[in-house]
Design a protein around this ligand. Structure first.
Ligand code: SAH
Length: 395
């Protein structure tokens, strides 16, 4: 088997079971591995450390799949890893798999770059790295075995694939993909998921528990939901007795689906408004016209993909949080999020604290929020935590 020999002392992170090897840590590549090939990782002294797959174009040159020398990367391996991951979801949710949930969360499940989400009878897969690319059929077969379904659909069309030197790939791996959208149920609410062109694999499953929390704080309140996508937070707020809801997104398609969701769930009775706008401008308009709210959600897209973009991203987060806090009535509450992997929890909290200071509001933290537990984070791979949030109240 081809091998990668690490430079002196570069095995340290692997001994702590971190699964990434950066190009700068490599002393020598032996045996001319092809992209996606399994390679043994060796210390400079020749000790066997782990088995990885090779990504020649990526700064993350190798990703570890197993620390067990006797474990080849084959169909049986995929079956074991997928079964472990699915069993974990069953335990997280008390026996039954939720109809809509994340089944595989990449490195968090020991499957680098492999994501799988369940939407009823369809499983949507993203293979973000070369290793997953070569295990496509084995992974799809393992998923079918672990979870009853009628289609395994691939949505490998993200920037991460470009960084690996892989072309986009969208379509069914197994079974007939349903025409149109898929209906899912979340806390008694129905949502339509567009697996072909929706964001991520079609729905923001990572906010499930946070949507529930927003719902629980919404009765009798005027809500502003910024970056609303297909209306997740709005629906939960309305179903729990919000008096009114203004929801903003820049995507007309997302807003149309959000409006459909309101209708389908029989919630159209209240005062409901969907606005196609840029949130940065809309918040300024509300400030200038002195429109205020009891509860605001700020759930923007990823502002920073890399550490290099953090400065600019920080200014964006500061801006919307400052404006959001200004628009809250006394006693109002803000739910604010960052899904930028490069943004640390500490930095996000500092930005929000600075925003409170500049907004001249006295703010308390009611809850620190994170991604849903099925988006598992391994202790060996803390980078797996990408969603940070705060539930705040102004005095
Ligand atoms: N809260 C949603 C997910 C939000 S995803 C949920 O729980 O389902 C981020 C959304 O922000 C996307 O729908 C995207 O269309 C929208 N968006 C991105 N930039 C924007 C901007 N500047 N103004 C308004 N919406 C924007």
């Amino acid at each position: 088997m081809p091998a990668i020999v690490l430079a002196a002392k570069r095995e340290r992170s692997l001994l702590r079971r971190h699964p990434w090897v950066f190009s700068g840590s490599i002393q020598e590549v032996r045996g001319d591995p092809q992209p996606g090939a399994a390679v043994d990782l060796l210390s400079r002294k020749g000790e066997w450390l782990a088995r990885a797959t090779y990504s020649p174009e990526s700064a993350i040159r190798a990703r570890v799949w197993t620390f067990d020398r006797d474990e080849p990367l084959d169909a049986a391996f995929c079956t074991r890893r997928v079964a472990l991951a699915v069993d974990l979801r069953r335990r997280i949710y008390g026996g039954e798999l939720p109809q809509a949930c994340r089944l595989l969360n990449g490195e968090g499940d020991g499957l680098p770059g492999v994501v799988a989400d369940r939407y009823g009878e369809v499983i949507v897969v993203q293979l973000l790295t070369w290793g997953g690319e070569l295990l496509r059929e084995e992974l799809a077969a393992a998923l079918r075995e672990a979870v009853p379904c009628r289609c395994v659909f691939e949505r490998s069309d993200t920037n991460a694939r470009t960084r690996e030197g892989l072309a986009a790939q969208v379509g069914s791996i197994w079974g007939d993909a349903p025409a149109g959208t898929i209906e899912i149920c979340e806390d008694g609410l129905t949502f339509l998921v567009d697996i072909r062109s929706g964001h991520k694999t079609g729905f923001y499953l990572d906010q499930r528990e946070n949507r529930r929390l927003v719902g629980s704080r919404s009765a009798g309140r005027d809500i502003l939901n910024c970056f609303c996508y297909t209306g997740g937070f709005t629906l939960h707020a309305l179903a729990n007795g919000a008096t009114s809801a203004v929801s903003i997104d820049s995507s007309q398609e997302a807003l149309d689906l959000a409006a459909t969701h309101v209708e389908r769930n029989g919630l159209a009775a209240g005062s409901i408004e969907f606005q196609r706008a840029d949130v940065f401008q809309a918040l300024r308009r509300f400030r200038d016209s002195r429109q205020d709210f009891d509860l605001i959600v700020l759930d923007p897209p990823k502002f920073a993909d890399t550490k290099g973009q953090l400065d600019r991203a920080s200014r964006g987060y500061k801006d919307i949080n400052l404006l959001g806090l200004k628009l809250l009535r006394p006693g109002g509450e803000l739910f604010t999020f960052s899904c930028s992997g490069a943004m640390t929890t500490e930095l996000f909290h500092k930005i929000v604290a600075d925003a409170a200071l500049d907004a001249g509001r006295e703010v308390v933290v009611l809850h620190e929020l994170r991604q849903a537990p099925d988006h598992v984070v391994s202790t060996a791979f803390p980078e797996g935590r990408y969603l940070n949030g705060l539930h705040l109240a102004v005095r």
